[in-house]
Structure formats: C-alpha cells, structure tokens
Design a binder for this molecule. Sequence first.
Ligand code: HEM
Length: 198
Amino acid sequence: MVLCSQTGGNAYQVPAGRRDGGVSRSSETDGNLPPPTATVNQMTQMFAAKGLTQKEMVALSGAHTIGASHCSSFSSRLYGSGTTAGKDPTMDPAYVAQLARQCLQSGAPAGSGPLVPLDAVTPNAFDEGFFKGVMANRGLLSSDQALLNDRNTASQVVAYANDPSTFQSDFAAAMVKMGAVGVLTGRSGRIRSNCRVA
Ligand code: HEM
C-alpha cells in the first residue's frame, strides 16, 4: 500500500505500514544529525553511514527550501565566535547586514533567539529557491553554503537551481529511501494509525 506525502509544493508516494518507535527524544539524535557548522566531507560521511549517497544528501538538503532556523545556529557567521573572527566572508555582505538586524547578538544558547527562514529567496514555497540562494552566497547555515566548496556538490546545486523538476523528483526519491533507514522490524516498534502521533 502507498500513502501520499505532501511537503509544500511536492507530493509523492511513500510505502505505508512502516514500524516506528513509540517515543521521540531529541537526545537520541546526538551523533545522527550534522551540526550547522558541518563540512561537506562530514555531512557526506554521516549520510553514507545511513546508506545515503552524496547526491541524495544534496537533494535532501533542498528540504531547507522551507522552515526556519534559530539565530543561534548561524549567528557566529554574523559576529564571529571564539574560534572564528568577524563576519563570514562566504556570506553576501548585504545578507549579513539584514540578518544582523534580526539576530542582535552572537553566542546565544542553542535553540534560542528569533527564527529566520532557511530559504532567503522563496521562504514559503517548496521549490529550487534554496539552491538559488546558496549560489548567491545566501545560504543561511554554514553547512548549506559549504555545498559550494566541493566540486561535485557545487555542480549539483547549480543543476537543481536551473532544473526545478529534477530537484523535485530527486528529492522525492531520496525521501522515500531515507524513510527506510533504520526501520524497526519483527516485533519491535509499531505501525502508527495516525502518522503524526506516536
Ligand atoms: C545536510 C545536513 C543538514 C544539516 C547540517 C542541517 C541542519 C539544520 C539546522 C541547524 C536547522 C535549524 C535548527 C534551528 O536552529 O532551529 C535545520 C532546520 C531544518 N532542517 Fe536541516 N539539516 C540538514 C539536513 C536536512 C534534511 C536531510 C532534512 C529533511 C529532508 C532537513 C530538514 C530541515 C527542516 C524542514 C528544517 C526547519 C525546521 C523548522 O522550521 O522547524 N534538514 N537543519
């Protein structure tokens, strides 16, 4: 059986009946979620550890076409931090200035501060705007902007920016594949009757 999953402007079929855990704890994500300072190599390794290719990683990064980030995840790019001095030179200076008006200080605790859209180009549409933003040095997270630092990921960013339908189909396929990562089998976990409720 298949169900239809809808992410903004992208709708695709996902297999139903997956066994899930009965609880969801943020502490259990440690070591599984890359930090906003991750390099392309680090992200590639973390996705590879889940059986996902670098190409699928770039497609899935396109999820940042929607949603928002707390200032704490990128304010070091505006003001510097203990380890980095001053503004991040890989960020468009006009975007730095705009963000600095929204995020008034650096060094706030993780998960705090105002929320800023991850896609500076078309924040409310599920489209290729995220990739266009990265090309314009308007990737919000250092990890997003870093996609331009690697020859292969950079050319994929450009390809998706120019070919939205390929991005949409690659994203849907990679989401279905990611949905099969670490699925519980046998008697562990249970199938949800309502997808959004554990
Ligand atoms: C490639 C490595 C990735 C990194 C380093 C990363 C990092 C982050 C960070 C730091 C935030 C903001 C957290 C905050 O400050 O509140 C965020 C938000 C988000 N991420 Fe990622 N992410 C990655 C991949 C993904 C993937 C694969 C997906 C889904 C397919 C995804 C979907 C989202 C969404 C939807 C939000 C916004 C959440 C909201 O608005 O509440 N990200 N990500």
